[in-house]
Design a protein around this ligand. Structure first.
Ligand SMILES: [Zn+2]
Length: 334
């Protein structure tokens, strides 16, 4: 028996909650609810690893980090761990065995749910920010009618209102609060960000590591798509927003657009002396047309409204249209 490790920044409440559970008291389904970038998915994967770790441990929560179960989870190849994000539709695509799917199908999911454990222990399903079609939800409800033993569903969502009530009512809801600025900075530092930069980004990221990463930039096609969309929109073009305005990346994409707008405003007011957040885009922001700073500030407010709307059922394409209108309106006011 060992005391397993369970390292996570933040999420003290959920950690405490699961520490009080045993294999016997664990439910079949949990809904991890909370804003983007506060550790829901990371927690779900660590919980999955805790269940799939084969080293005997004193508590439910915790893993050894070195056994065959842990190694497979860490490598993303554990046959009893199913990870899916995006839409869950029925009959769109088929697959076998473990896979990481952007678009999982309900039929695939249901078959996976009925399969026996490969390692003879738990089977864990991590479904991140999925949007169920009604058929898919019905298929999932069949699982809850007669759940097989040692199967756990872990769903994460930024908007519980988007889940069908029938699915939501079967899940035990666990709320993940915003991170503190210190916690966001710690997450960034562990990813290799310089401490002073991490502290700066954490200070304006509002408790979300995802937002902080979006502020800092870095690689990633979503950010590139949002950056390109922002500049082409302001340069009078009609760019396609599909590269960032999709459900899983919508809020993060909007954050990128807001960051660039904030930098544009800062440059308009303070000239070239002000420090920019999107440092890698400084030159292109400097070449943007001069606009009334008040108009840019209004656009920033409208982007905030779009962000709130993005958390509802409104389609991502419509949210992108709202963002575009906000940016284009700055020219009318000049
Ligand atoms: Zn282990």
């Amino acid at each position: 028996m060992i005391d397993g490790r369970f390292e996570l920044v933040g999420a003290a409440g959920p950690t405490h909650f699961f520490e009080g559970l045993t294999a016997a008291t664990l439910s079949h389904g949990y809904l991890f609810a909370g804003p983007a970038g506060v550790g829901k998915k990371t927690f779900a994967l660590r919980l999955a690893q805790s269940l799939l770790c084969v080293t005997p441990k004193t508590t439910l929560l915790g893993y050894c980090g070195t056994c065959s179960g842990c190694t497979r989870v860490a490598g993303g190849v554990h046959p009893d761990l199913y990870v899916a994000e995006g839409q869950v539709k029925i009959g769109e695509r088929d697959g076998t065995g473990f896979h990481v799917a952007e678009e999982a199908t309900a039929r695939d999911l249901v078959r996976q749910l009925s399969m026996h454990s490969y390692a003879g222990g738990w089977r864990v399903f991590v479904l991140g920010d999925v949007e169920f079609t009604r058929e898919a939800a019905n298929a999932l409800l069949k699982f809850f009618e007669e759940p097989p033993p040692q199967v756990v569903l872990l769903l994460t969502t930024t908007a519980v209102a988007r889940l069908l009530p029938t699915v939501r009512s079967r899940l035990v809801e666990v709320t993940f609060p915003l991170l503190t600025n210190r916690e966001v900075a710690t997450v960034l530092e562990r990813e290799g960000v310089e401490p002073d930069v991490a502290a700066y980004a954490a200070g304006i990221a509002g408790g979300s590591a995802t937002r902080a990463r979006a502020l800092l930039g870095g690689e990633g096609t979503m950010r590139d798509a949002a950056v390109t969309w922002f500049f082409e929109t302001l340069e009078g073009g009609n760019p396609d927003a599909a590269g960032w305005a999709a459900r899983p990346t919508l809020e993060e994409g909007l954050e990128v657009v807001k960051t660039l707008t904030r930098d544009w405003l800062a440059l308009s007011v303070g000239g070239t002396e002000v420090p920019l957040l999107a440092r890698d885009q400084a030159e292109r922001i400097g070449r943007l047309p001069r606009r009334d700073p008040l108009a840019i500030a209004r656009a920033l407010g409208a982007l905030g409204d779009a962000e709130r709307i993005a958390r509802t059922n409104v389609s991502p394409a419509l949210v992108a249209d709202l963002a575009k209108m906000a940016l284009v309106a700055t020219s009318a006011a000049s």
